[in-house]
Write a protein that binds this ligand. Structure first.
Ligand SMILES: *[C@@H]1O[C@H](CO)[C@@H](O)[C@H](O)[C@H]1NC(C)=O
Ligand SMILES: *[C@@H]1O[C@H](CO)[C@@H](O)[C@H](O)[C@H]1NC(C)=O
Ligand SMILES: *[C@@H]1O[C@H](CO)[C@@H](O)[C@H](O)[C@H]1NC(C)=O
Length: 325
């Protein structure tokens, strides 16, 4: 892990707070990882981890389900918006992608993905190794469009978000449980951290320089995990939270943006259905949704609402001093 700190820079953004012009500082925003940053890549693949149906996207432009796992915008969209890059970051596999979309950044992420290749396999998600191949494919496309010097600059100078690890802990380690018989939390988080280090190194080798690696949230407080592992009172599961804290400490210097809990009213259940367990495909067109989702931290039992993401993204952009400039 020694080398990792070097890459874990963070976007600091004093200008955002005082309203100074932020246009043009990053040519684009890219994302890798799981459902938090999957902008619709899973729409065309065979997996249960999909969100391209109602009520997902009900607050997105035009109320269209795009495959984003929330009621509205997700972190890449909000970051691109705050940095004045563009309104929203599309999925790389979106068949309607325009050249303009491509040159200002796309997401390669896939719901269900983990640092552990087994996590991606279990969910039939696009693994990180393939997401990296997509970046290389992306570069070739960009070179054909604008030439190699400009394409290099786009990749080198853009912001690259890496949001993954939750499904490794929740799905692969705790829920599935087979690995748990062989490895303790300390060993498994060592393994995940070494995969994270490898991934960031490979991204760097492909040209990415401004890489933001996110920590995992306190997974024991996800509404679904309160239901499955929180006992009759649906408490946060301390063992799960401790594992998340340990993993984050191993991803040292990690921007732990997901750990802070936004001050929104309801945080122990999601807005979709009963909010206790529903997540794609159980949160669907037949599910009732809460009246006002801006009062909820969670959209479904696993994924935050746009409002919660907005609060988190603002805190994050304010908190980190300008390390990229
Ligand atoms: C692509 O555009 C067509 C025509 O506007 C539309 O019908 C289709 O839903 C779009 N596909 C996606 C995945 O957005
Ligand atoms: C985890 O397992 C390793 C190897 O068996 C052992 O050295 C370590 O003490 C264990 N850690 C905990 C917290 O039990
Ligand atoms: C971008 O990064 C690549 C890979 O590290 C490097 O070879 C290239 O010189 C950089 N190009 C620019 C324009 O910064």
């Amino acid at each position: 892990m020694a080398g990792l700190g070097f890459f874990l820079c963070f976007l600091g953004w004093m200008n955002l707070c005082d309203g100074t012009e932020t246009t043009g500082l990053f040519p684009g925003v890219f994302a890798y990882g799981d459902s938090v940053v999957d902008q619709g890549n899973n729409n065309g693949i065979i997996t249960l981890a999909k969100a391209n149906f109602e009520p997902y996207g009900k607050d997105f432009a035009g109320g269209i389900p795009t495959g984003r796992f929330s009621n509205g915008k997700t972190p890449p969209d909000l970051i691109a918006e705050e940095l004045n890059v563009k309104y929203a970051v599309p999925a790389f596999l979106d068949p309607n992608l325009t050249s303009g979309d491509l040159l200002t950044g796309v997401s390669f992420a896939s719901g269900g993905c983990g640092f552990d290749p087994m996590t991606s396999r279990l969910a039939s998600a696009i693994p990180l190794s393939t997401q990296l191949k997509f970046l290389k494919q992306y570069k070739r496309k960009a070179i054909a469009m604008v030439g190699s010097r400009r394409a290099d600059t786009i990749v080198n100078d853009s912001l690259h978000l890496v949001v993954v690890g939750t499904d490794d802990l929740v799905n692969t380690y705790f829920t599935l449980g087979a690995l748990r018989l062989r490895y303790n939390v300390s060993e498994y988080t060592d393994y995940i951290a070494s995969r994270a280090s490898d991934f960031v190194r490979e991204l760097h080798e492909t040209g990415a320089r401004r890489i933001a690696l996110f920590g995992v949230p306190p997974v024991g407080c996800l509404p679904s995990q309160r239901t499955l592992a929180g006992g009759p009172e649906r408490q946060c599961n301390d063992e799960y939270n401790e594992a998340a804290r340990l993993l984050n400490s191993k991803l040292s210097n990690v921007v732990d943006s997901r750990a802070s809990s936004p001050a929104t009213k309801t945080h122990d259940r999601g807005c979709c259905g009963t909010g206790l367990i529903e997540v794609t495909p159980l949160c669907n067109v037949y599910s009732e949704t809460c009246g006002d989702d801006s009062e909820y931290v969670f959209w479904d039992s696993y994924h935050p609402t746009e409002m919660a993401y907005r609060i988190i993204v603002r805190q994050l952009l304010r908190r980190y001093v300008r390390r990229f400039f």
